[in-house]
Design a protein around this ligand. Structure first.
Ligand code: GLA
Length: 727
């Protein structure tokens, strides 16, 4: 762990080194923290990259005297502020006590420590002293007495640098109007491209790659939960591909409103930023108070998107996901939702359980409809009391009878929500986020609970714990099915705090749940994949990736999601056909091959299946169990893009590279098809690999150089899944 963070007294540079990257900053003659370099591993001082010139109408700080060559507006800033002449997008905007919005952050000191910092009340990458270092640089604004401690967490082995900050007010009350977590100014005259992940309900995280032109491009989540934009951005060169070229990423460890900006300025410099959304945000900070700025994970790759994804996958798998389930394969589950929706009884669930047990499925998850008077989605959210009349038996009895069949039990909850038609709403109408004097905006006919209030979080927590304590419940699906619109808390001292404090309330609940039930497996969900982010993954090691379970659409959703997140976090199930969301019919094998690049389970009623299908499912479950550890812990490679080829292929390779699982799905069947050669990756060189399914030996080098041809099956959406072992 030598040379990871170096402060060079002479040129006042901070240099951060990871395995293949270097990040450098400099405290300049005025005490301003400039960003110098982020790229391939480098030695020496990079301040020669700075160019100073009189550029006409640009601004000059007062300390520079008559020097018109020095400007915040053109120099690369480490943490740009508003009001000092940098007219690009600021990372920090503070409304001072006198009504002005200027801050002038200058260097005060630094500290380098072993291990990785953590953040009070917020999720953050964790690592021990042998794996990480922390650099803290304190900047302060003399006039307002505001201090900003910039935090850098370095995981050198993974080429990961995290960013966060602590803002402390030592002066008169101020308001934080905009607070971002990370800013990256690129000094370059090269064209760059931006990749973002956009979508909609059922079609999340589609990849968009675009030329970065002049002006500002913004991705924003004003919804609380966003199918529309994932908090992840990549900047790359135009020639960067899956396996070559340079790329950088930023990923937010936060589950609320965010803003990501990519700006090309007058000098063709590119600024990339990510942090809290400044809309409906205005956070008062009294003297002595501090504000914790959530974390952004950054990574650099000089080996294309594949290497970048591997860095991020390892970081999230081993340093964000936590607890009992982090490293072990998850149970194969069957969920009641698409089988029954709201129409079930205890007896029908027991029948469902018999069917599931006969298929070798590990766990039955009782989805929506078991509580209050909920028989459709119009009522009862907030009434977390078992509807024994509907079940025909108490929950502990149902769970025991399910367990007696050798099947585990899990349950669905949506703790952050309230239905107007509920006992809770009658007792506490003020617990919903609504604006006095205005009719609230409904979503799925429900309102959002005010999780910025501790008593609300505590009350729901205790109701959910009563349920979890009452029976052997080993899994919870934590849902969140609408967006936040009415941002108004009845007790908040300030409405500008509500959105951020809400997320703190959510994390507090989830932290307590994890502490109290360390072996409970929690799966996140938000109308499918609306809140699929690294913040949630700190508490819920898997997240339902999308309500869309159609195998072909899923290939695209899984492809986009895999850029930033490991497949061990992707909730993926086999569902019935025609698919409920798009009517497509795909073979059962294709659905299962696709769902196996995730946590794997079923979302259908086995009673409606033929004996042949049931036999096939029995084999699928066995296959998943055989390869579960490889899938969960292996290195994942995208081998082709579902947006470009007539097939989609991917590969998981074991850590020792001796084992690999190749999967491929034909997405477009053509007459007289051209051969599809799928090129493998990450295998040992000069090694013979045995294809255990076809019983054939292959040269690893030829597999990686030319590929393996997919035999033509003459069947729409054919899928292939082959296991290879090194001889
Ligand atoms: C959301 C989830 C579904 C299901 C329903 C229940 O839509 O994404 O999987 O749990 O809620 O109401």
């Amino acid at each position: 762990m030598d040379n990871i963070v170096i402060y060079n007294e002479k040129d006042r540079t901070f240099t951060i080194n990871t395995k293949s990257s270097t990040y450098q900053m400099q405290v300049d003659e005025y005490g301003v923290l400039l960003h110098l370099y982020y790229g391939r591993r480098a030695v020496g001082c990079m301040d020669y990259l700075l160019t100073h010139a009189d550029r006409g109408t640009i601004t000059n700080i007062y300390d520079a005297g008559m020097n018109r060559h020095y400007s915040y507006d053109t120099l690369p800033q480490e943490y740009p502020v508003s009001g000092m002449g940098d007219m690009r997008s600021p990372a920090l905007m503070v409304l001072n006590n006198d009504g002005s919005t200027a801050s002038d952050l200058r260097f005060e000191g630094y500290e380098i420590t072993d291990g990785k910092y953590s953040l009070k009340g917020l999720p953050a990458v964790y690592a021990d002293a042998s794996e990480a270092k922390t650099l803290a640089i304190t900047l302060s604004d003399k006039a307002s007495k505001l201090k900003v401690k910039l935090l850098y967490g370095i995981l050198p082995g993974l080429d990961i640098i995290t960013r966060a900050a602590i803002i402390t007010n030592e002066g008169e009350e101020v308001r934080l109007e905009k607070v971002l977590s990370a800013n990256l100014d690129f000094l370059t005259d090269k064209n760059k491209e931006l990749i973002t992940f956009y979508g909609r309900h059922g079609m999340e995280r589609k990849l968009q790659r675009e030329y970065i032109g002049h002006g500002e491009k913004t991705i924003i989540n004003r919804r609380g939960s966003s199918h529309q934009h994932n908090p992840m951005m990549i900047v790359c060169d135009p020639d960067t591909t899956e396996n070559s070229g340079v790329c950088y990423s930023m990923q937010f460890v936060y589950s609320g409103c965010f803003k990501g900006t990519c700006e090309k300025d007058q000098l063709d410099q590119v600024r990339l930023q990510l942090g809290l959304s400044d809309e409906k945000f205005s956070y008062p900070l009294k003297k002595g108070e501090e504000f914790v700025v959530p974390e952004v994970i950054m990574s650099y790759s000089d080996g294309g998107f594949s290497k970048l994804s591997h860095n991020l996958h390892s970081c999230i798998r081993k340093h964000v996901c936590r607890g009992y389930w982090r490293d072990i394969e998850r149970p194969v589950l069957i969920n009641s939702w698409e089988a029954f929706y709201f129409s079930f009884t205890g007896e029908s669930l027991l029948g469902f359980c018999d069917e599931a047990a006969a298929l070798g499925i590990d766990m039955l998850v009782l989805d929506d409809g078991w509580f209050g008077g909920r028989n459709d989605d119009n009522s009862s959210l907030g009434d977390w009391i078992v509807n024994e009349e509907k079940l025909g038996m108490p929950l502990p009895e149902l769970v025991k009878r399910i367990n007696d069949k050798g099947v585990k039990f899990g349950i669905w909850v949506e703790p952050e929500m309230i239905s107007e038609e509920s006992r809770l709403y009658k007792e506490h109408p003020d617990w919903a986020l609504t604006i006095p004097g205005r009719a609230p905006v409904r979503g799925r006919n429900q309102l959002v609970l005010d999780f910025s209030r501790k008593e609300v979080v505590d009350h729901i927590f205790s109701m959910i714990c009563d349920i979890l304590d009452s029976a052997n419940i080993e899994y919870v699906k934590w849902d969140f099915n609408r967006v936040i619109v009415d941002v108004y808390s009845r007790t908040a001292s300030d409405q500008g705090k509500v959105l951020y404090d809400y997320v703190l309330g959510l994390y507090d609940f989830l932290e307590r749940l994890n502490e109290r039930y360390p072996k409970l497996l929690i799966e996140g969900c938000a109308g499918g994949g609306g809140r699929y982010d690294a913040g949630m993954m700190y508490y819920t090691p898997q997240i339902w990736l999308s309500d869309n379970t159609d195998a072909i659409d899923r290939l695209r959703i899984q492809y986009g999601s895999s850029f930033g997140y490991p497949i061990s976090t992707m909730g993926a199930h086999v569902s019935a056909v025609p698919n409920e969301m798009n009517g497509r019919v795909t073979p059962l094998n294709t659905r299962s091959v696709t769902a196996m690049s995730g946590t794997f389970g079923y979302e259908l009623d086995p009673k409606k299946l033929s004996e042949d299908d049931k036999n096939e499912i029995r084999n699928q479950v066995k296959t998943f169990k055989k390869y579960g550890s490889l899938i969960h812990n292996g290195t994942y490679y995208r081998l082709s893009s579902p947006f470009e080829k007539d097939y989609t292929a991917w590969l998981v390779v074991s850590e020792d590279k001796k084992e690999a699982l190749l999967s491929a799905v034909i997405t477009n069947e053509r007459a007289n098809p051209l051969p599809h050669y799928v090129k493998l990756a990450g295998l040992l060189d000069q090694t013979i690999y045995h294809n255990d399914d076809l019983g054939v030996d292959y040269s690893s080098d030829a597999l990686m150089e030319v590929g393996i041809p997919l035999p033509n099956i003459m069947n729409e959406y054919a899928a292939y899944q082959w296991h290879f072992s090194a001889r």
